[in-house]
Design a protein around this ligand. Structure first.
Ligand SMILES: [Fe+2]
Ligand SMILES: [Zn+2]
Length: 364
């Protein structure tokens, strides 16, 4: 196969026809030999500053789908073509955005906990849509602890490890009243809010109080398409949020929208109830308020709201940096008791990797 060594890269057309340009320092840094890796752990041991900046291999050959390199100090590195092809594969987001027509998939709780194949399907669905409902979950308090094996570890948070949401005349938050709760994500008052929230309904005999969820990424992406300047100001201007009680303080300042290195929305922060007045003299406040008003209008629009009822034994899981949750007002004539706990999105994703590895071993 034709191969060309330039001053900074090895250019090669891999089997399958894909042309790649591989920087010399990348090729040296990722050497997988037993001197460059810790054999026991597979961790990298090689330190890049131990070679010169203008490093060039003295020999490079691509044969039988293996790229072989010899460096000026005679160190040898080999890359399997399949490993390079795996790295350059598409990094497309698996997120599928939705509107009011969406209903979370219902997954049997026992199957989710006990059966790897069912858990894998459910986690996949969660990664795509940012919401699923576990059904027939025991209604004993603190059953949320059992989710750790699939979603955990549980994230310890201020106020409580597992939060109680029921009527409480001394409560620190609107959730402890029977008032409607507009769409929000929890802990907007922290720099890194929990990226999964589990809402476990233990009892719900009150009329009203339907659950509402909103795909915040869908709304943010539509805002970017229609009003790019508003989107930009929401990505730049920090907003302070605060949640507190007599003994606990949480407060942080961050823009409402964050994008990732691919410029995709990766975090929408929205909690009208926790938002604090900003310094009115800071730049772009006029612009910010116009954009915030528009974001707020869109997030609360009926076309964005997926509405359903959480019954006792249902546990709604939402991706905390994406899906906002809300509750309609309820009539406090019966019992309504919800428990909340928090997890991290990447831990759930990593559980899926391990589950898939286990399922592949069973097949072999
Ligand atoms: Fe909440
Ligand atoms: Zn090496």
């Amino acid at each position: 196969m034709p191969l060309q060594v330039t001053s900074d890269s090895v250019n090669v057309t891999l089997e399958g026809g894909r042309f790649v340009s591989l920087p010399h320092l990348w090729l040296r840094d990722n050497c997988g030999c037993k001197d460059c890796r810790i054999e026991q752990t597979m961790e990298k041991r090689f330190l890049l500053h131990s070679v010169p900046l203008d490093l060039i291999p003295k020999s490079a050959r691509y044969e039988n789908d293996v790229l072989n390199l010899i460096w000026p100090d005679d160190h040898e590195t080999a890359y399997a073509g399949e490993d390079i092809r795996a790295l350059i594969g598409s990094q497309a987001s698996s997120a599928r955005l939705w509107g009011s027509e969406f209903r979370p998939k219902y997954v049997d709780y026992a199957a989710f906990i006990n059966d790897d194949a069912s858990a894998a399907v459910a986690i996949d669905d969660f990664l795509e849509h940012g919401a699923i409902i576990l059904a027939d979950m025991p209604t004993e308090p603190n059953t949320l602890e059992a989710l750790s094996s699939r979603v955990g570890p549980m994230r310890e948070m201020p106020f409580a490890r597992i939060h109680e949401v029921k009527l409480d005349p001394t409560g620190y938050n609107v959730a402890h009243t029977a008032l409607p709760l507009p769409p929000h994500n929890d802990f907007a008052s922290m720099s890194w809010p929990p990226s999964i929230q589990a809402l476990h309904m233990l009892a719900n005999s009150c009329p009203g109080g339907e659950s509402v969820i909103v795909d915040g990424w869908a709304v943010a992406e539509a805002l970017r398409r229609d009003e790019p300047d508003m989107f930009d100001v929401l990505c730049k201007v920090p907003v302070t949020h605060r949640m507190f009680s007599d003994n606990i303080e949480t407060l942080s300042s961050n823009p409402l929208i964050r994008t990732d290195s691919e410029n995709r929305v990766c975090h929408l922060r929205f909690s009208n109830q926790l938002m604090q007045p900003m310094n009115p003299l800071q730049p772009r406040v006029v612009e910010f308020y116009r954009a915030f008003r528009e974001l707020s209008r869109r997030l609360l629009h009926k076309d964005a709201r997926a509405v359903f009822r959480l019954e006792a034994g249902h546990c709604l899981l939402v991706a905390g940096h994406r899906v906002l949750h809300a509750r309609e007002a309820f009539e406090p004539s019966g019992e309504r008791h919800l428990q909340d706990a928090y997890f991290e999105h990447e831990c759930m994703r990593n559980h899926l990797t391990v589950i898939r590895r286990r399922l592949a071993q069973v097949k072999e």
